[in-house]
Design a protein around this ligand. Sequence first.
Ligand code: ASP
Length: 325
Amino acid sequence: MRKFSLTLAATAAVALLSTSAYAAGYPERNITMVVPFSAGGPTDTVTRLVAESMSKDLGQQIIVENVGGAGGTLGASQVAKAEADGYTLLLHHIGMATSATLYRKLPYDTLNAFEYVGLVTDVPMTVVAKKDFEAKDLKGLVEYVKANADKVSLANAGIGAASHLCGMLFMSEIKTPLVTVPYKGTGPAMTDLLGGQVDLMCDQTTNTTKQIKGGTIKAYAVTSAKRLAALPDVPTVAEAGLPGLQVGIWHGIYAPKGTPKEVTEKLSASLQKALKDPNIIARFAELGTVPVSDAEATPAGLKTKLESEVTRWKPVIEAAGQYAD
Ligand code: ASP
């Protein structure tokens, strides 16, 4: 009852004020930014960096909330249902687009349940294995995996995760299904890879660069078109013999449908400033990623990207024939 009246009060507050007056006073309290994966993983890392910088600019704290599970769809669903007042946001990745086809039924309508704030960063992935894994290079990995498919485990963050997409492309490229192990995010999956409980993973450089450089995991390839400055010794998937595994992961910030335009524009302007923060630029470079341009860090930039990525991945996912109910 109390929750109901608070919700009504919040809705009424937005409706009563003109949206520009509302936006002028926004934000007047903490904002929640949902990460649809576990703490300590790559999406979480990007979110915490951006949230810290945007908090300084907006003069209010952005609190990061991890809502992992079901490949990112649980967190997205929570934000789709939240109050459209600018105080609940979502930072998601390419999974926002792939889930639209991977799930026969989603609790939200991907292209109509959100307002857009902007794109954040593009991140390549890396094909990695536990430190003592047999194969020396990607060619050796493919041979080993084909001969031992029933013994090799592949971690992912659930159907709809970037690790799932990359793993799906890997399995379909080498025409060999593997045993997949789903986690609520690749933060905990990395812990198991380091501990040797799982063999392989495909994950963003924002989670793997430090471990690769430290020699605590093995890297076989990066999924970018060119080698990365952060990992100059790791070949690209094309160089290593699997060009079909080229994939770029992108992150974007969303708000529930109906969030005032002036609010999403204010957030977009703050995002653009954050992406020029020298601390973020330096940390992103260490992690093998670069911030997007001002034009992309806008509601229109993210909308265009999401729409084109839903269209791009639909036939690929349909051809792989992998769906979740
Ligand atoms: N890297 C994860 C994925 O596979 C998500 C995460 O934990 O950030 O999508």
